[in-house]
Design a protein around this ligand. Structure first.
Ligand SMILES: [Zn+2]
Length: 214
């Protein structure tokens, strides 16, 4: 089946972009793209992103998750992507990453607030936390389904990473970068609060230093 090769190529390009940013942590992370009303393309399970060919990318029926094309089996997180995309027919891309700072926030178990108006408009006011369940399990899909809100388009997977949906793959890649910045700001603020509690004088000295990160 040669269908949807341009979209499958786009998926590989987005993988390479995220891998270059260190957001996929080896073969971790995975991406899905809506192809038409019935079909999605999903990156393969534990694939080497640098040797992927468009024909490797799995094409699935979105309703049944039956694989109709692609040489390799789809990611074990296909159920997460299908849940994200079924619930938001206006959005076409779903991306799961292990990006370092947001994954660190996922260990804390608190929602990640977003501050910039453009980020809130695109994703909602925060990334809610999806309770922990092992990767690739129905339990994790069920946990996401329980927490999914129509106005929230990105979530922290507890002790694991991030999942984000957007109109296009490039929008999703951009928003994941924005989430990483928000995660950095959140962690810095948290570190400041902890330091102020335990070492008030050192915290005062640090507060006097200029902000080095945007
Ligand atoms: Zn993962």
């Amino acid at each position: 089946m040669e269908e949807f090769l341009p979209q499958r190529r786009q998926l590989i390009a987005a993988c390479l972009e995220l891998a270059a940013q260190g957001y996929l942590a080896g073969t971790g992370g995975n991406l899905a793209l809506r192809l038409d009303a019935q079909h999605i393309a999903v990156t393969p399970s534990a694939a080497d992103y640098y040797s992927l060919e468009p024909a490797d990318i799995a094409v699935l029926n979105l309703a049944t998750l039956e694989q109709v094309a692609g040489h390799l089996p789809p990611s074990v997180e296909t159920g997460l992507h299908a849940t994200m995309l079924r619930a938001a027919p206006q959005l076409n891309a779903s991306v799961h990453t292990h990006q370092p700072l947001a994954s660190a926030v996922s260990l804390i178990g608190r929602p990640l607030p977003l501050r910039a108006a453009a980020d809130i408009a695109a994703l909602g006011p925060e990334l809610a936390v999806i309770g922990y369940a092992p990767s690739g399990t129905r339990l994790l899909v069920r946990a996401l389904r329980r927490q999914l809100r129509p106005q929230l388009h990105a979530y922290l997977l507890r002790n694991h990473g991030v999942i984000c949906r957007a109109a296009t793959l490039s929008a999703a890649v951009h928003l994941l970068g924005r989430i990483e910045l928000a995660a950095g700001a959140f962690l810095r603020e948290r570190a400041r609060v902890l330091l102020a509690r335990e070492h008030p004088l050192r915290a005062l000295a640090l507060a006097a230093l200029p902000e080095s990160v945007p």
